[in-house]
Design a protein around this ligand. Structure first.
Ligand SMILES: Cc1cc2nc3c(=O)[nH]c(=O)nc-3n(C[C@H](O)[C@H](O)[C@H](O)COP(=O)(O)OP(=O)(O)OC[C@H]3O[C@@H](n4cnc5c(N)ncnc54)[C@H](O)[C@@H]3O)c2cc1C
Length: 527
């Protein structure tokens, strides 16, 4: 087994400064931008991707973490969308089995007709999935429903339906995309922010990127510039405005989604629970993930675009109230270990009044501006690869890139690809796949900073994050290489000093911990 590549920052920044023209320069290191970077690199294009903060710092680390075919889109009759998502679900599970696996779901029924009613829809889902199906849908008796969901509220239970979907570790999948793209020759950099676009004769020819660690600006030239900045795409589109012209109407209507994390004792077992229709018509999930249970989510229109959005009290109340209806032991506010908020980039139809986010498009949109700036947003994590193919297709049809055949990433194992343990178990070395050997060879493999059952966070994991996963700050390690901030915010705060000491040793500079401690306090505090 070859050792993983070191991704030291200094040589990467030196490459950024080289006077050259890239085929593609991508702005934004979430699922969308990283997917484009990998696809383009595999097709042999020269690729630069810059991320202003850390990979997956935006929406891509705050998802429910379901690789799903979108069973609810089936209810809306959108068969094409479901088909695409089922194909993409299969690709994620095949290419990154160490961080993405199938997961059984149970929908408990509390009205006599519910199991049969939802069972019919889910059988149609199985039929659409065909050979890509992950397991057959089953109607469950009351007894069997209680066996599979030991934490379910038994009062009034009329049975259940079991079906299968996928689950993943979103931030770690993003890192694997970044690292695999880098291994294919792409230059991917975090903490590099695009501050303006270069335009020549009305055409975008590159951008100015600021290294946020040193404040140094670099001019980048590219044949095709891709704006993949999620809910922030309108700010980059605004950089593409003719001097003196008025701002364009925004194309994104952000919608906030909150998740609460509680201990597994509220929902033991290995099955996820799905309520297809809460009292106000939303969907509620209780998903076992990395040793805890994730409850969510909400869908609240939001116009400010904070990098760390905060939850509303009504959102917390909604999740706890709905969880209390279906769980025999209801979690209270005091039981919440972490609360995190993500912004969905919903694409606005031109005449939308911005009021009802549920009516907005959950599909992605790719537009090529008159200047040639290519903007992509919307969609979902599950379909990042299909979105990347669309982006490259549009760049080619617009003449920004020469035509090269696609379909190159559908069967492309990501770095470390190897069968893993179920993702509902506590986080541990299994998330490193075939790189476990390299991880264990690092100093501190048996020094656990935090332990949870079979897993936890070791000194070697922090060193691995600095050497191979481009971690630059304490938050990068505790929020996205390890997911401790998302699992238990107070524990993440307690680990900050130990992680800082190891990172300082690796990176040769002192680390700041106060900012991270304040963030951990935010993730641990309910409104
Ligand atoms: C609550 C919630 C639950 C979800 N659950 C699921 C799910 O279970 N399954 C699923 O498939 N999908 C889910 N999604 C959707 C999915 O998470 C998103 O569609 C996806 O993560 C969007 O990725 P992105 O790369 O477009 O945006 P982002 O991840 O936000 O990435 C954009 C990046 O651009 C960077 N950036 C911004 N401006 C600049 C600049 N000037 N220079 C450089 N970089 C810049 C940002 O820092 C950010 O990292 C969920 C979304 C939410 C909000």
């Amino acid at each position: 087994m070859s050792a993983p590549a070191r991704l030291d920052r200094a040589p990467l920044i030196a490459r950024l400064r080289e006077a050259r023209e890239w085929d593609l320069a991508i702005i934004g290191g979430g699922a969308t931008g990283l997917g484009v970077a990998l696809d383009a690199a595999v097709r042999g294009f020269s690729v630069l991707l810059v991320e202003s903060d850390d990979f997956a710092k935006g929406t891509s680390s705050r998802a429910t973490k379901l690789a799903h075919g979108g069973v609810r889109y089936l209810a809306q009759g959108d068969v094409a969308l479901v088909h695409e998502a089922l194909r993409e679900r299969a690709a994620i599970l095949a290419n990154a089995p160490h961080v993405a696996q199938r997961l059984p779901f149970v929908m408990p029924g509390y009205r006599w007709w519910e199991p049969a009613f939802y069972g019919v829809g889910l059988k149609a889902y199985d039929a659409l999935a065909g050979a890509r199906g992950l397991g057959a849908t089953e109607l469950l008796s009351v007894v069997r429903t209680r066996e599979l969901l030991p934490g379910v509220q038994p009062r009034g239970l009329s049975g259940g339906v079991k079906y299968w979907d996928g689950q993943f570790d979103d931030a770690r999948l993003a890192l694997l995309l970044a690292r695999t793209a880098a291994a294919r020759g792409a230059l991917v950099l975090n903490r590099c922010e695009v501050v303006s676009l270069h335009r020549e004769h009305g055409k975008v020819r590159g951008f100015v990127v600021r290294d946020r660690e040193t404040g140094t600006d670099t001019d980048v030239r590219a044949r095709c510039v891709v704006n993949a900045t999620g809910v922030w795409v309108d700010a980059v589109r605004d950089m593409d405005r003719d001097p003196g012209s008025s701002p364009r109407p925004p194309m994104v209507a952000p919608s906030q989604g909150v998740h609460l994390v509680v201990d597994r004792r509220f929902m033991p077992g290995s099955h996820a629970l799905l309520v297809p229709k809460t009292r106000d018509g939303r969907v509620l999930f209780a998903v076992p993930w990395l040793g805890k249970t994730v409850l969510g989510t909400t869908d609240t229109p939001r116009n400010d675009l904070s990098r760390e959005p905060t939850p509303f009290a009504e959102e917390v109340e909604f999740i706890l109230r709905e969880a209390a209806r279906v769980l025999s032991t209801a979690p209270t506010r005091a039981d919440v270990r972490s609360i995190w908020v993500g912004l969905r980039p919903l694409v606005k139809p031109p005449s939308d009044d911005g009021e009802n986010t549920k009516a907005l498009s959950r599909e992605h949109t790719v537009i090529v501006g008159r200047s040639g700036l290519l903007t992509v947003t919307g969609g979902k994590w599950t379909t990042y690869r299909a979105m990347a193919e669309d982006v490259l297709g549009r760049a080619m049809s617009a003449g920004l890139l020469e035509t090269r055949p696609g379909g190159v990433t559908e069967r492309l194992p990501l770095i470390g690809s190897a069968p893993g343990r179920p993702l509902h178990e506590p986080p541990g070395e299994h998330l490193y796949g075939s790189e476990i050997g390299a991880l264990r060879a690092l100093p501190g493999a048996d020094r656990w900073l935090w332990r949870d059952g079979s897993g936890g966070l070791s000194e070697a994991m922090v060193r691995f994050a600095a050497r191979h996963e481009m971690a630059r700050e304490v938050e990068d390690v505790l929020a996205r290489r390890s997911r401790l901030l998302f699992l238990d915010a107070a524990e993440a705060g307690r680990q900050a000093d130990a992680v800082a000491a190891i990172l300082a040793d690796e990176l040769g500079r002192p680390m700041v911990v106060d900012e991270f401690k304040a963030l951990a306090a935010q993730y641990g505090r309910l409104p």
